[in-house]
Design a protein around this ligand. Sequence first.
Ligand SMILES: Cc1cc2nc3c(=O)[nH]c(=O)nc-3n(C[C@H](O)[C@H](O)[C@H](O)COP(=O)(O)O)c2cc1C
Length: 235
Amino acid sequence: MALNPQPTASKSTSSTTSSAPTVSLPGAPQAAQFSKGSLDRSALASDPTTQFTSWFAEASSVPQHEACTLATAELPSGRVSARMVYMKSLDHGFVVYSNWGTSRKAADIASNPNASLVFWWRELERQVRVEGRIERVSTAESQKYFDTRIRGSRVGAWASQQSSVLSGREELEGQVKDVERKFEGVDEIPVPEFWGGARVVPERVEFWQGRESRLHDRFSYVRDGEGWRIERLSP
Ligand SMILES: Cc1cc2nc3c(=O)[nH]c(=O)nc-3n(C[C@H](O)[C@H](O)[C@H](O)COP(=O)(O)O)c2cc1C
């Protein structure tokens, strides 16, 4: 798929295995150079949570710096799916909130608890990759977060059978009306059993700082018993 689709995109003559034509990318800029920083072993914390917390604070000026890609994979097919989510808190794992009843990620995780998160903070030329296993957050903790959401989002969480097929927008709006009726006059809406937090408990976390000529600095933390082994990776 064209990254910068142009109305005048021309067909390439290069051969491909598929019958779809290769689309050239007129106007695509030369790949950017990364020059904003560097990362040295001596600057790293001994554990990835502390290191992430420090980078996350530095990324606070980046719009929506809590947005990340969550990748999951269904077994036994091995089919991978990915989507954007918001990371809402960090303790011994990275906590995201979603529907765990009907969504694609829910189906994936039911067969395979392994998941990956990727953050990209363009303004800092930094990427963080997290790999680990997913565990559900307690209902009490999910309720605490649910209570911070505006009423419309709480009603929406009840109303949406996330990722199921709708006959039209009206069906969703009808479901929202049903939930509004159900909770009319109720201020403290309980968190739905099918909705809440899930924590990616890291087994591997990589910190990536872009450098010139693609000679990036990369350090990965790999769980090693009670501690973490830190390794510099080739760019
Ligand atoms: C910036 C951004 C943040 C999002 N945050 C969340 C989120 O925190 N939780 C969530 O369930 N969906 C979130 N979404 C929607 C998901 O990307 C996705 O559409 C939804 O979770 C259904 O995905 P699934 O069927 O693959 O499980 C977000 C989308 C965007 C673009």
